[in-house]
Structures are given as C-alpha cells and as structure tokens.
Design a protein around this ligand. Structure first.
Ligand SMILES: [Zn+2]
Length: 392
C-alpha cells in the first residue's frame, strides 16, 4: 500500500499531465494567443470508473478528452468577448449575426455605420477611396503587402451615440488593415493563390469590478468563405502570427500596469496602444519583405525549371492511361506517379508544378469531377509538345 505522501504524489502527477495537455491544446489553437500566459482556470468534468472492465478506460479517456476540449473552447470564447474572426455588430448586439464577418477574402473592416452595422470593404477599393498613393503596389504581378493603421475615432466616428455605449465597454482601440497576403485557392491546386486581407484589432472589454482586458482579434475570411483557422492548417505558418503574439504580450504588460496602478489616465494607455499598432504595422511589412525575398529565390528556381524535370518526364513516360487525369477547372493534365507524386502539365507541355498528394485527395477530386480521366487526345497533345521540346 502506498503511504499518503505517495498517493498525493500520484495525484499531483496526474494533474500535471492534464495541465500539460491543456497547455499544448491552447498553444496549438489558432486563438491560443488570447489566453496564453494568463494562467486562467478551466472547469473540467471527470468521471472515473471504479473497476476496469473491457473498454472502460478507453471510454473514460475519450470522455475526458471531450470535456477538456469543451473547456478549452469555452475559455477561448469567454476570453474573446469579441468573437474571434468577427466584429461586434452594434445593431444586433452580437458578433454572431450575419453582419459581423466579412464575406470576401479581400475585405477589411471599415468601421461601423450610423446605426451600428459593421462595414466591410474591398481593401484595394478602400485604399483608392482614401486616395492612398501606394494603391498601385497592390495591383502588380507580385503585390506588395500594404498596411494602414486606423484609429478608433475613424472606426466608431459615424455611430450615433446610443449605439456606441455598451455595458461591457467593448472598444476597438485601433486596427491595422493589411493586404494582400496570398491564400491557397479553394480548389486546392498547388501553387494557385488568392489575395487575402486581414484586419488586426486591438480590443478591450471591462467587466464589472475588473480592470480592462485587452486582446488582439484577427478579422478576415479565407477564399471561398473558409474560416481563417482552417487556412492556418494549409498555410503551415500564420503570416501575421509573430506580430500578433508579440502585440498580445505587450497588451498583457499594459493590463499588468493597470492592475497595479488602476488610476492610470486613459490617455496614457491610448498613447501606448497607438505606439503598439504602429509597431505591429511595421512588423507585418518587415516580415512580409523577408518572406518575399525567400519566395523570390524559390520562384527563380521554378522559372528556370519551367521545363519538365527528369522525374516528371520519367513518370510521364511510364504512366499507364489510367494515370492520366484532366483538371477540368484549370485545363491541365495531371500525371499521377508513385507514392502520391503528381505532375501538372499545361497543354502547351510546360510543367506547372510537381507535388505530393494524399491518395484520398486524389480520389476525392476524381469523385467530385474536378479531375476526370484524360482523353487520349489530351495525353497525345502534351506528349508531342514534350518530345518537340527535346530532352530535359
Ligand atoms: Zn448584426
């Protein structure tokens, strides 16, 4: 029998494992930056079997995992009184209504209308309307990332007063609108990109008897209406992630200052936030320039390799008729090689891209008709062009 110190130790270890799991889930969550480092509590429901019969531990584990998931979600939602990815609609008094989110990946938040409806506008159109001299940089072949800092006075300036007053004192202190980022095309074809703009907002709310709580919200929507958090999975990294995490850290510092000095004049806080959003804008542009340099290198290699690679030609040569598929949207020929390797050729015999696909993705595209079996004529056309171009 373990003595009582051992038993305490055992429970402490079990708790430690649970806490590790919660922290990992928060770190992985696209909105985790809203709560990371705050040390807030979650309520977890656990029910444990008193005897281990077949399958019971698995069942209890599954229930616990679900409870954990629900608790983390609840914490994130609570922390985001402002709903992640959405703006509070002051007319409906919720961020869940249809007015609260952009409907197109090019849109940024342009402030509330007189009666509290959020207005979302095309980032490019919006810059034109503001007579921003940089606007042509958005319409180049390789668009430059532009940022615009928008103060609260502009976002909320049109509101008639009754819509501007809320019990929880929700405020958007300032916003950085940024675009274009390059988001994956909803068709999933590797290499196709669509312009994406986001609005990063410094927000605060104040509950009764609490000091103001600050957060950074990221408002935007992916091409085809895809939520931003799904885009993150595809992009691999979040382009604005570093800047947002950094800003959230600075805001935590401001909260700490307010906690220890509750009478700090609002102008002091406003001043710090103003400096913060300017710095966020600079970081976004700087981060983009660094990434752009790396991409350009990649593209240079790509354009030199515009002629099919040895591997693409080899896979083409040994492909059987059922390995040839036709992408009906892009009008390209897809050659499926070993282990999910696929090469996409234009009908002019140029290699568009080589990429690895999960077999399930290939199957799904065949089923939904995006890829159909290629006609013999299509295969012949590409083969002749390849041969005419000579060996790689
Ligand atoms: Zn609404």
């Amino acid at each position: 029998m373990p003595d009582s110190a051992d038993r305490d130790e055992r429970i402490r270890q079990a708790l430690q494992l649970l806490i590790d799991e919660v922290r990992e889930r928060i770190d992985r969550h696209p909105l985790g930056h809203l709560v990371a480092g705050r040390g807030e509590r979650i309520d977890l429901r656990l029910s444990l079997p008193t005897a281990l019969r077949d399958g019971q531990i698995a069942k209890a584990g599954q229930d616990a995992a679900e409870s954990l998931h629900a608790a983390v979600q609840a914490l994130l939602h609570h922390s985001a009184v402002f709903q992640p990815g959405r703006v509070l609609c002051l007319r409906c008094q919720t961020a869940a209504c249809e007015h609260a989110a952009p409907t197109d990946s090019r849109q940024v938040f342009a402030g509330w209308g007189r009666t509290g409806l959020p207005r979302f506008v095309d980032f490019g159109q919006w810059l034109l309307a503001r007579r921003d001299p940089r606007v042509d940089l958005l319409y180049r072949d390789t668009p430059q990332l532009l940022t615009v800092v928008v103060p609260e006075a502009e976002l909320a300036g049109d509101l008639i007063p009754v819509f501007g007053q809320r019990e929880d004192s929700y405020r958007i202190h300032a916003q950085v609108a940024a675009g274009w980022y390059q988001a994956p095309d909803p068709s999933g074809v590797a290499g196709w990109r669509r312009p994406l703009a986001v609005s990063l907002q410094v927000i605060s709310t104040r509950a009764r008897r609490h000091h103001r709580r600050f957060g950074v919200n990221v408002v935007g929507i992916g091409p085809g209406g895809e939520p931003l958090e799904h885009l993150f999975d595809k992009l691999g990294e979040v382009s604005w992630g570093d800047a947002v995490r950094w800003a959230q850290g600075v805001l935590l510092g401001i909260e700490g200052q307010l906690e220890s000095a509750p009478r700090t004049p609002p102008e002091v806080v406003d001043k710090r936030i103003e400096g913060l959003v300017q710095a966020v804008a600079r970081r976004l542009e700087k981060g983009w320039r660094g990434k752009e340099r790396r991409t350009r290198h990649g593209q240079q290699r790509h354009s030199e390799g515009d002629r099919p690679t040895r591997m693409a030609l080899a896979d083409f040569a040994r492909a059987t008729p059922e390995d040839f598929l036709f992408d009906t949207r892009r009008e390209t020929l897809v050659v499926v090689g070993d282990r999910g390797r696929a090469h996409v050729f234009s009908l002019a015999g140029k290699l568009v891209t080589s990429v690895r696909y999960n077999p399930a993705v290939i199957e799904k595209r065949r089923q939904n008709g995006l890829w159909r079996p290629a006609a013999a004529e299509e295969v012949r056309t590409v083969r002749e062009r390849l041969e005419a171009a000579g060996p790689a």
